[in-house]
Design a protein around this ligand. Structure first.
Ligand SMILES: *[C@@H]1O[C@H](CO)[C@@H](O)[C@H](O)[C@H]1NC(C)=O
Ligand SMILES: *[C@@H]1O[C@H](CO)[C@@H](O)[C@H](O)[C@H]1NC(C)=O
Ligand SMILES: *[C@@H]1O[C@H](CO)[C@@H](O)[C@H](O)[C@H]1NC(C)=O
Ligand SMILES: *[C@@H]1O[C@H](CO)[C@@H](O)[C@H](O)[C@H]1NC(C)=O
Ligand SMILES: *[C@@H]1O[C@H](CO)[C@@H](O)[C@H](O)[C@H]1NC(C)=O
Ligand SMILES: *[C@@H]1O[C@H](CO)[C@@H](O)[C@H](O)[C@H]1NC(C)=O
Ligand SMILES: *[C@@H]1O[C@H](CO)[C@@H](O)[C@H](O)[C@H]1NC(C)=O
Ligand SMILES: *[C@@H]1O[C@H](CO)[C@@H](O)[C@H](O)[C@H]1NC(C)=O
Length: 630
């Protein structure tokens, strides 16, 4: 009886999904997709590092058990040699970010997409691997996370962020005599490359300093998101959940920090009323609309303020440009982390009775919505300061909406503000985001749909024709599917299926299914590389330099300089701001427009993680194959 029922369910499922696929010219069937999901699962789980292993120059990077690979690359683009250099340059990185996300996606694929169940040991190893990323510069147990592990510096009597493989790389570079190599490059006509090599090595000091970053709200909330997922799945992964809990015994520390460091432009407190001049350029439209006597509080990136820079910058902990910023992708991860930790009982919902926390949650959600509505003020480069991919951002936002709608199907929401946030996001996701995604889809001759961001689409051939290599095509297409499915489907806890929302436009279903067919066709082919630019440094060419109007250049306003800032304090209204734009900054014009990362030749570091592409593609395909009509 039971078996028969299960059999029937399966048959019904197959028929319904096949119906939605038959519109595609390609021949993917549910069985094909399920087998791709299984291959992706095997690929991703096999790539998790099984044992700690040391750096053996120049071939083997230092690796820690439980982590997944992500690499620092440089976005060289243009003629063939630059393309080859982009291919060749790669430093294995040690951030917690990739591992936390990949672990989450494995769990979500299993939970929402009926993908294979990851081994509990693998999940626990992922959790254990990020244990050392809790801030060690405070003397209490905390969940304030750093992007890189911290290493104790006996001279400074402080812990500073220490990406060990990047240090291995620069140590190796410092001990190598490159001039012979550069002369060779010069001789064979590769002056560009020789010059780039020289500049890269000359900036070594700059990079080493840039590594010394404080903890941040991005990693902090991604960790909280992972813990919330484990709390929800604790019956299936009891050991992994217990491990996460044992590493996070003071989750309140996150909310304390949020209150302390939130950006408050209307405040008179100099520690919180100033922001990176690059942030202010795009954020001003939002801030100028706030009534003059009304407070606004937003999640910033760094867990550090001006007073702390004074103490800590000479001890090796210091935010870039000594100035905090607002990145709406970080904001999206924070809103998701707050939402899911409350809905899964990792933090009590009464935390939202705190007026500051409630305001940060609501104001930040409004910022996100307004950014989606206004095309990021046409400045993706500034609004998404660390995350070049707008489609990845869409998915991060849609996750919050998906989480709230799923929970509210099974009982009342624990706080009314959750409903307000859901309504606000619902509007912009169903309308602006969906329209943008439908418009950005491109078709190929086989009737598939795909999405490109920018990686690999800015090279030129010998005749100066632009080459489109689509190096982030797999990643971006998968993210588009994830964003649309998190917006237009709801997971049903009883049947374990995703159900299209009533009234989902046919065009949305079509787009998802043709994009899934694209992934199915190309996932393991040689046509497209599984690259992404899931993360980047804040400076990505001339539009992202700190060359925007600023009115505060010192840590303490009005005081004699004790360290610089590149900030806007308070609110500058439009007329005055336009005057400042006209004046320029340090004799240079202010970059008004952004035309994409392939528009100028500058090169800059970005993070690419192949297992992150594979696991997010797996999530997209698994969820797609588990989506049904009502
Ligand atoms: C922790 O650090 C704070 C501030 O640096 C200090 O006031 C406090 O005494 C320390 N507490 C303990 C238990 O060391
Ligand atoms: C502390 O950091 C400084 C600056 O990065 C470095 O020169 C020094 O070697 C470090 N000291 C120790 C003991 O690690
Ligand atoms: C590096 O190599 C160049 C060219 O071979 C040589 O002239 C120079 O002396 C070398 N520098 C060092 C520090 O060894
Ligand atoms: C939790 O974190 C707060 C700071 O956010 C700290 O004051 C408190 O002592 C910590 N509690 C424990 C038990 O470590
Ligand atoms: C910020 O939050 C406060 C308190 O919830 C609210 O009154 C105000 O309208 C919000 N402003 C924005 C721009 O979200
Ligand atoms: C959105 O902004 C980007 C620049 O960031 C611009 O290239 C694009 O044309 C804008 N799209 C719309 C629909 O306005
Ligand atoms: C995309 O679709 C349009 C309309 O169906 C068609 O004319 C065009 O040839 C397709 N593009 C490719 C690359 O096949
Ligand atoms: C390509 O562009 C470069 C720089 O603008 C120019 O020097 C070169 O002659 C061009 N090559 C061709 C084949 O048009």
């Amino acid at each position: 009886m039971c078996l028969k029922q299960i059999g029937l369910l399966t048959v019904c499922g197959v028929v319904s999904v096949m119906l939605s696929i038959t519109r595609v010219n390609g021949t993917s069937t549910v069985r094909d997709i399920k087998s791709t999901v299984e291959s992706l699962f095997n690929k991703v789980t096999s790539e998790q590092v099984k044992q700690d292993s040391p750096f053996i120059p120049p071939l083997f990077w230092e690796k820690k058990r439980g982590t997944w690979e992500s690499d620092v690359r440089f976005y060289f683009h243009g003629h063939e040699e630059l393309f080859l250099m982009r291919e060749a340059f790669r430093v294995y990185d040690d951030n917690m970010f990739a591992t936390a996300w990949i672990t989450s996606c494995l769990l979500e694929s299993f939970r929402y997409g009926n993908a294979p169940k990851p081994l509990e040991d693998a999940v626990t190893a992922g959790v254990l691997a990020i244990e050392e990323y809790h801030d060690k510069n405070v003397n209490y147990s905390n969940s304030l996370m750093t992007f890189w592990p911290q290493k104790y510096n006996a001279t400074y009597k402080a812990w500073s962020s220490y990406p060990y493989n990047l240090h291995h790389f620069f140590d190796l570079a410092a001990s190598t005599n490159f001039s012979a190599f550069e002369q060779l490059l010069d001789r064979i006509g590769l002056q560009d490359i020789a010059e780039i090599m020289e500049r890269l090595l000359r900036t070594e000091h700059g990079y080493l300093h840039a590594f010394q970053i404080p903890p941040d709200f991005d990693d902090t909330f991604v960790n909280l998101g992972l813990g919330s997922l484990l709390a929800e799945m604790k019956d299936e992964f009891p050991a992994a959940h217990a491990q996460w809990q044992s590493q996070n015994t003071n989750v309140t520390s996150v909310f304390d920090a949020l209150k302390k460091y939130a950006y408050r432009p209307m405040s008179s407190d100099y520690n919180v009323n100033a922001i990176d001049c690059r942030t202010y350029f795009y954020l001003r439209y939002f801030l100028q609309k706030v009534p003059k006597d009304e407070d606004v509080m937003l999640v910033p990136t760094w867990i550090q303020n001006a007073d702390e820079v004074k103490i800590w910058s000479s001890r090796g902990v210091d935010m870039p440009f000594n100035t905090n910023n607002v990145d709406v992708t970080v904001a999206a991860n924070a809103v998701f982390g707050i939402t899911t930790s409350i809905l899964n009982g990792v933090i009590d919902s009464t935390v939202l009775d705190d007026t500051d926390i409630k305001q940060i949650y609501w104001n930040t959600s409004n910022l996100i919505a307004s950014m989606i509505q206004t095309n990021f003020s046409s400045r993706h480069d500034l609004a998404l300061l660390y995350y070049p991919s707008a489609i990845e951002f869409y998915w991060f936002v849609a996750r919050t909406y998906g989480e709230i709608t799923r929970k509210e199907k099974h009982g009342p929401l624990p706080h009314p503000i959750l409903n307000d946030v859901k309504e606000r996001l619902s509007e912009v996701l169903h309308d602006h985001m969906t329209t943008d995604l439908l418009n950005k889809a491109k078709n190929d001759s086989q009737g598939h749909l795909y999405y490109d961001d920018f990686v690999g689409d800015g090279d030129i051939d010998a005749n100066n024709n632009t080459l489109v290599r689509g190096q982030d095509r797999l990643f971006t297409t998968g993210m588009a599917i994830n964003a649309l499915l998190s917006t237009w489907t709801v997971f049903d806890e009883q049947t374990k299926k995703l159900i299209w929302e009533k009234g989902t436009p046919t065009e949305v279903k079509d787009t998802v299914s043709k994009a899934a067919a694209f992934l199915q066709a190309y996932e393991f082919g040689l046509t497209y590389q599984p690259w992404n630019a899931f993360f980047s440094g804040s400076v990505k060419g001339h539009t992202t330099g700190v060359r925007y109007p600023m009115n505060r250049r010192t840590l303490i306003p009005g005081d004699k300089p004790q360290g610089y800032m590149t900030a806007v304090q308070g609110v500058i209204y439009e007329q005055e701001y336009q005057e400042l734009i006209k004046k320029g900054v340090s004799g240079e014009p202010v970059p008004i427009d952004f035309h994409g990362y392939n528009d100028y030749p500058d090169y800059w570091p970005f993070w690419s993680s192949e297992p992150y592409t594979y696991v997010t593609n797996m999530l997209a395909l698994a969820k797609y194959s588990n989506t049904y009509e009502e």
